[in-house]
Ligand binder design. Structure first.
Ligand SMILES: NC(=O)c1ccc[n+]([C@@H]2O[C@H](COP(=O)([O-])OP(=O)(O)OC[C@H]3O[C@@H](n4cnc5c(N)ncnc54)[C@H](OP(=O)(O)O)[C@@H]3O)[C@@H](O)[C@H]2O)c1
Length: 331
């Protein structure tokens, strides 16, 4: 039997995704950011499961699903209930072609040692591939701009795997309002979840509100501002969320690390942050932060003013020949 978790997973609030479907309000990211290898990330997932996490954001491109799968298998053997853990994975850009989505998910399920995932995402809305760990100037000459028809061909495959019972929910990631306006009316099965970059200095208010108006739950990536992100995702004008005066003031008032202010803000705003850390001290305090000592209404209001339009994951490695700059990816 698994020993009792330090934080009772039943005390972590959930958001509803529809009849009988819900998602914990905070999860753990699993992208090692070119810095932490599969063993370290898998060890953190094991520790997080023991501590009480019940949501994990995985992806085939993170290159660690086979190790994380061993952790899940052991946890379920030791008594953690499969239906109490929400497991996400994503199809990478090089697997959008005919038949590829099922193929990709089959490999993910084998690696994660699962019969189904709780949500399967299209990681980026175009098939533009770059080698893992490439530098920021790398370009693939085969890259193409967003095409609604091409995307819908991929989405039809997503709908098929949903019908096969291999995923409980479908998701899209790295979308924009204008792409969603084109795509959503054409979806037979609408996404239950959208994953987007979201932290105090980059709140994506229009996209966030748009998703909520469509009953789509938002998962926020880089919720702390990704201080250890890969070099290719760093630009001279970037701001550090944990150093913003609005964040620092709330942190001082609560006597907590500014990272935890970012997470409380995300959850109280109604989104699901998926912070990453391999360090127990950090991932434990991250989970605890959402069940105690909430921010006040005035602090939440002050944090809306932390917006600096600071996109960190610009995606420039996915640009196609003839594109002017990374802004083209985001309409
Ligand atoms: N859909 C997509 O395209 C996409 C893109 C990017 C990311 N993601 C997902 O989002 C997850 C999170 O993104 P991210 O890792 O880039 O950014 P993040 O969670 O904002 O930042 C992670 C960093 O924050 C630090 N940290 C975490 N908890 C902390 C705490 N309590 N106090 C102080 N520092 C703390 C960690 O440092 P230490 O290592 O020192 O603990 C870690 O390196 C990823 O793992 C991935 O699952 C998805």
């Amino acid at each position: 039997m698994a020993e009792a978790a330090a934080v009772d997973p039943g005390k972590v609030p959930c958001f509803n995704l529809g009849p009988g479907r819900k998602i914990p309000c905070i999860g753990m990211g699993t992208f090692g950011s070119d810095k932490y290898g599969p063993e370290e990330v898998a060890a953190a997932v094991a520790g997080a499961l023991r501590f009480g996490y019940r949501l994990f954001d995985c992806a085939s491109v993170y290159g660690n699903e086979d190790r994380i799968g061993g952790v899940f298998e052991a946890a379920f053997r030791e008594g953690v209930k499969r239906e109490e853990v929400f497991i996400i994975s994503k199809v990478w850009n090089d697997m959008h072609g005919p038949g590829d989505v099922l193929f990709s998910l089959a490999k993910t399920l084998r690696d994660l040692r699962l019969d189904y995932v709780d949500a399967y995402f299209v990681h980026w809305p175009f098939p533009n591939y770059h080698a893992p760990g490439c530098d920021g100037d790398a370009r693939n000459p085969n890259s193409v701009p967003f095409s609604p028809d091409r995307f819908m061909a991929t989405w039809a495959q997503m709908e098929r795997i949903s019908g096969m019972g291999l995923t409980k929910n479908l998701g899209m990631s790295n979308m924009t309002v204008s792409k969603l306006e084109t795509i959503l009316p054409r979806c037979r099965i609408k996404p239950a979840l959208i994953e987007m970059e979201q932290h105090p200095s980059f709140q994506q208010r229009e996209l966030f509100d748009y998703c909520r108006s469509k009953n789509i739950t938002v998962i926020g990536y880089c919720p702390i501002g990704s201080p250890n992100r890969p070099e290719r995702d760093k630009s001279p004008g970037d701001v550090a969320d944990t150093e913003l005066p609005e964040v620092a003031a709330a942190a001082a008032a609560h006597g907590i690390h500014p990272a935890l202010v970012c997470l409380k803000w995300a959850v109280q705003r109604g989104s699901v942050p998926i912070p990453f850390s391999v360090h127990a001290k950090n991932y434990e305090s991250n989970l605890r932060s959402v069940i105690e000592d909430p921010l006040g209404a005035e602090e939440m209001e002050a944090l809306t003013r932390a917006e600096r339009n600071c996109r960190l994951v610009k995606g420039q490695v996915f640009l196609w020949p003839g594109a002017k700059g990374w802004e083209d990816l985001w309409d």
